[in-house]
Design a protein around this ligand. Sequence first.
Ligand SMILES: *Cc1c(COP(=O)(O)O)cnc(C)c1O
Length: 385
Amino acid sequence: MIFDPVTISGFSSQETPFYYYDLTLLHKTLLACKSASDKYDFHVHYALKANFNEQILNAVKNAGFGADCVSGNEVKKAIEIGFDKAKVVFAGVGKSDKEINEALDNDIFCFNVESVQELSIINELAGKKNKKARIALRINPNVDALTHQYITTGLEENKFGINQWELTTCTEVLKQSSHLELIGIHFHIGSQITDLDVFKSLCVKVNEIHNWFNDRGFQLRVLNVGGGLGVDYHQPDQNQIVDFEQYFKIFDQFLERRPGQEIHFELGRALVAQCGSLISRILYVKNGLKKNFIILDAGMTELMRPALYQAFHKIENLSRRENSNTIKYDVVGPICESTDCFGKEVELPESERGDLIIIRTAGAYGEVMASGYNLREHVKSVYSC
Ligand SMILES: *Cc1c(COP(=O)(O)O)cnc(C)c1O
């Protein structure tokens, strides 16, 4: 348990539910990632979609990271916060003309292009502005990320990226596109990847595709291998900070890098997941014959991952001693959906109305996915310093 009694009594005076961010842990995590990546001169862009809370974004920016955006508004937000435009990249399978135009106006570093048709559109829009857009091709390498099917993105059946059989067409389009400058290739095969061998397979595939481009006379300045590094949802206290050293070392060992070439990463979850928790109060306890339910004042409207991806989050009762009598509960929210459940058969101390419950490892894809379904209020945030 990372929370001392003073912090918990601080929680008691707050209206629930709320997100609690441990900014000290965030700083430590950012520092660990930065020093591990600096060792190999790797560039890391933070994936804003994991958490675009301003306090988090400021911390990430101040630690020297770039920004990986997947919408026009994320590009705007990154620039507003003060991320260096030369470190802003824009991916997404469906960029609208408006979004492309705004990104062109902002002279962002690079568009990660996800289809042949998108190439022509960016060329046309850049032409109208008499600009040259820097682009990288997001290629679908058909590497299985061995993660949940809903967060797998690098298989041929997924909607993301350009398939390898389309690369010849891409190079033909590029030769005729005077307003595009190909600077690199980009990959992002999925999220919450915990089997690091997956990244070795990715490196092998990147090398193969890299060579394909070299053989056709394209010199690539950037190899962007995306993000996806997973965190430990089951043991958040034992593994607060991901082993970044081990992760980056794999790319140093297995990725073939030409002199002067930049290696880019786009990490989201691994940087922000462990610093955030959702704090909620028990509204009701229902003891049944077959099941016992804890009904919280937080639901899928505050944290959607369990309902959306069948995701696991560690749940603890902050108001009870851990060594007291335990009972198995289904921990559910108040929303009118059966998937509004944070955990089934969770072993917890015998709990009562009013107890504070903490749902751990909720800093990534938590608050950003909050919705107003059931006309719920937007969830609040509290920060440690
Ligand atoms: C979501 C996303 C990321 C970040 O993924 P994590 O699993 O949070 O590291 C990186 N790149 C792209 C293109 C993404 O869509």
